[in-house]
Design a protein around this ligand. Structure first.
Ligand code: ADP
Ligand code: LRH
Length: 494
């Protein structure tokens, strides 16, 4: 029987991985070939991504995969949202792309919002206004460097940029562009009105293609260097969240619900909390609550909120490691789990408070937040971690309630996916805070979604079949809410 083998490259904001995807007998699987750290790099007081290092790491991963598992059929890169690089007239990257946590948008946000207020951005694009969005960054770049209008010929979002570096073909893949704040709500085209009102050059945007488009082959030079043969390069659901959501095994859980009422939480550096809808939701409520609309593989809409997620914990751990006391992810999770909750100093943080959005001394910022809000200051490492995890769970629960209010439908169960679900305490706290069943898995959701979309592009599976393939292929872990949480709203009767 035929086994299809391909490569999914998933670049998250905290780590990247090259995964071998296989498909045989109706089952999809991924195997990690290479993993490497990722994060902001500072130069001249600004934050960037180290594109050249990431490219070298990806090439090492391809080389290793070809050696151990070749020949392979295709490759596709997915990445975090909103960031981009410029190509010049020769097709070369102009400079290393900025990191979305860079602060150059700060002074310019007001000018943008005067020309295009947040509510209008939402109406025209379906995207929640946020200074990290591509539209803000591009506006800031053009204000600071007017010569860009001459030098920059194309704007490539990060996965488009890497797929271009591999294939030589520049496209604008729909799911990643749906995070930009520059497309119409259905992501079918750039918003002419946004471009006009902000005086942004439309020529920078390459040809828009749907997720699952074969854009070319690995450049001949790379084929030779990596010994790979003519690997196809595919623009997949190249936004990591779009790939993650493509891997959700809907239909497995929830005693009450069909597909529409199952929500998801994608847990990585960010937590993305939302659900799929047939059409963008552009109501005033969706805008006020802070929801955004992004596009899914297959053409549906993703109504979701970006919550500053495990970034809080990552930055805390980074600080401890720099102070010579590193703690692995697993140790951090276990420390908080072992805490005697009744005697601990636990506060509730708003993870989206601007205080937490930039790199820095996170425990100190948590302390000042607690003082500002009149809460106990967590002192021990276990208390700090637990405060972060409980705050995330509370924030998820509030967002799920908002989704129920917006859609007028109860959420029957919540699918949690991504690296963060390895933190069992976070999953259990989320079950308790929401009062809903949690169906956790897959961990490598973006990589699996990436593989599934490639399989459809290669014609190995049909789009409607993809969900059934993951449901067959993964064994999720279930978390039930503590009984007192379910019944507390109805008078505490268990
Ligand atoms: P991203 O794609 O944004 O880089 P991931 O989906 O890889 O993020 O998730 C990374 C997060 O997952 C880490 O910040 C950490 O909190 C959590 N994590 C990773 N491994 C473990 C583990 N073994 N135990 C508990 N948590 C973990
Ligand atoms: C998560 C993510 C998220 C946002 C953010 C910038 O990795 O893609 O959906 O777009 O990064």
């Amino acid at each position: 029987e035929e086994i299809i083998k391909l490569l999914a490259v998933d670049l998250g904001a905290s780590s990247g991985r090259v995964m071998l995807g296989t498909y045989a007998g109706g089952i999809v699987a991924v195997e990690e070939i290479r993993r490497f750290p990722n994060g902001p790099v500072e130069a001249d007081g600004q934050l960037y991504w180290d594109v050249q290092k990431l490219f070298q790491e990806m090439k090492q991963g391809i080389l290793a995969a070809v050696k151990s598992h070749g020949p392979l059929q295709s490759i596709s890169v997915d990445t975090w949202g909103v960031d981009y690089g410029f190509l010049d007239a020769e097709g070369e990257l102009l400079y290393s792309p900025h990191h979305y946590r860079d602060q150059r948008m700060e002074g310019i946000a007001l000018a943008l919002e005067t020309a295009l207020p947040p509510e209008e951005q939402f109406r025209l694009t379906g995207n929640q206004s946020s200074p990290i969005n591509t539209v803000y960054q591009l506006f800031a770049d053009l204000q600071a460097n007017p010569e860009l209008t001459q030098n920059a010929k194309q704007l490539l979002m990060m996965p488009d940029l890497f797929n271009y570096m591999f294939s030589g073909t520049a496209v604008a893949e729909q799911t990643i562009w749906s995070t930009s704040g520059l497309l119409t709500p259905d992501s079918s085209a750039p918003s002419g009105e946004v471009l006009r009102r902000l005086e942004l050059p439309a020529e920078l945007i390459p040809r828009l293609v749907p997720a699952g488009t074969i854009i070319g082959e690995l450049r001949p030079g790379l084929q030779e260097e990596l010994g790979s043969g003519p690997l196809k390069v595919i623009a997949g659901a190249s936004h990591d969240t779009a790939s993650a959501v493509a891997s959700i095994p809907y239909g497995l859980g929830g005693s009450t619900g069909g597909e529409g009422s199952a929500a998801f939480i994608s847990c990585g550096t960010w937590s993305l909390v939302g659900l799929e809808t047939a059409e963008p939701v552009l109501s005033a409520g969706a805008c006020t609550y802070g929801f955004t609309n992004e596009s899914c593989f297959g053409g549906t809409n993703r109504l979701l909120k970006n919550i500053t997620g495990l970034w809080l914990l990552q930055e805390t751990q980074r600080g401890w490691a720099e102070a010579g006391e590193p703690l692995s992810h697993q140790e951090a999770a276990e420390l908080a789990e072992g805490l005697d909750r009744s005697a601990a100093r636990i506060a509730v943080l708003d993870p989206n408070d601007p205080l937490f959005s930039t790199p820095g001394d996170m425990p100190m910022r948590i302390e000042s937040y607690c003082i500002r809000t009149g809460q106990p200051v967590p002192q021990t490492r276990a208390e700090i971690i637990r405060t972060i995890l409980e705050s995330l769970a509370q924030s998820y629960a509030g967002t799920i309630r908002e989704l129920e209010a917006l859609t007028g439908r109860p959420v029957s169960c919540i699918h949690m996916v991504g690296g963060g679900i390895q933190n069992k305490l976070l999953c259990q706290l989320t079950a308790d805070a929401t009062g809903k069943e949690i169906i956790a898995g897959p961990v490598e959701a973006s990589a699996i979604g990436n593989v599934l979309v490639q399989l459809t592009a290669l014609g190995a599976i049909e789009v409607p079949e993809a969900r059934a393939v993951v449901a067959r292929s993964c064994a999720p872990v279930r978390y039930q809410p503590a009984l007192f949480t379910i019944h507390s709203d109805q008078g505490g009767q268990v």
